[in-house]
Design a protein around this ligand. Structure first.
Ligand code: DX5
Ligand code: ZN
Length: 230
């Protein structure tokens, strides 16, 4: 996939119907999703539990776009190979998940998949300064990870602006995750983000039997973000 900074909408399937992932994924893609965001939680690094590698492997054949796997687990390294084999196109690890983020990112790259590094709202940007050349994406969390439907934390906007400066002309995506809506998407898009994860704001009001709502939600977030760029 070639690099560009156009706005990409990545629905988080954490807000999908858990009894029907295959159709949910197909429906959001048909309705304009650019990437599919998979939130992996371990009940330890974050207070919630979600998808092991077999679940991610089951999603894979339904994803025609790009499967972005956000690992909110500690330790990370013992599971990288399994998530890569499950079919992740990108694996994102948290800088707070262990003492060796550089080694973790090397291990992700060694699997031949794209590598992302994520920062919780309380973690400073300088924690990733020396790994920037190893990553394809930086994920700025704008909620404390663990649950969908939380309120956007506004300090992520200034952080995004600083990160955009730090990145310069390196081909590194800036992803925002947590509380993204038509109100908050413009703030981060203007500050330099290009990949917007949205769970509740995409899935609210829709279903696979009423797919148009997903499409309307995706288009509304994209339009709000793009308008802030011009
Ligand atoms: C939070 C997850 C997010 C979350 C986003 O821990 O990483 O991806 O599902 O959900 P919303 O968009 O509802 O804040
Ligand atoms: Zn996420």
């Amino acid at each position: 996939m070639s690099f560009d900074r156009s706005i990409k909408i990545a629905p988080s399937i954490l807000s999908a119907d858990f009894a029907n992932f295959g159709q949910e994924i197909q429906t959001i893609e048909a309705q304009g999703a650019d990437w599919v965001h998979v939130d992996v939680m371990d009940g330890h690094f974050v207070p919630n539990l979600t998808f092991g590698p077999p679940a991610v492997k089951a999603f894979r054949p339904h994803v025609k776009t790009f499967m972005d796997v956000h690992l909110m687990i500690a330790p990370v390294d013992p599971y990288i190979e399994a998530y890569a084999e499950a079919g992740a196109d990108m694996i994102t690890a948290h800088v707070e998940a262990g003492p060796h983020i550089h080694r973790t990112l090397q291990a992700i790259k060694a699997q031949g998949v794209k590598a992302g590094v994520s920062l919780n709202p309380g973690t400073p940007l300088d924690s990733i300064e020396y790994v920037l050349d190893l990553v394809d994406m930086v994920l700025i969390m704008t909620v404390n990870p663990g649950f969908g439907g939380q309120k956007f934390i506004h300090s992520g906007v200034a952080k995004t602006r600083l990160l955009r400066q730090m990145i310069g002309d390196r081909p590194i995506h800036i992803q925002i995750d947590g509380g993204v809506t038509t109100e908050t998407a413009p703030l981060v898009a203007e500050a330099g983000a290009d990949v917007l994860v949205a769970g509740s704001a995409v899935f609210k009001g829709g279903s696979v039997d009423n797919p148009r709502v997903y499409g309307d939600n995706i288009r509304a977030i994209r339009a709000a973000a793009e308008a802030a760029r011009t």
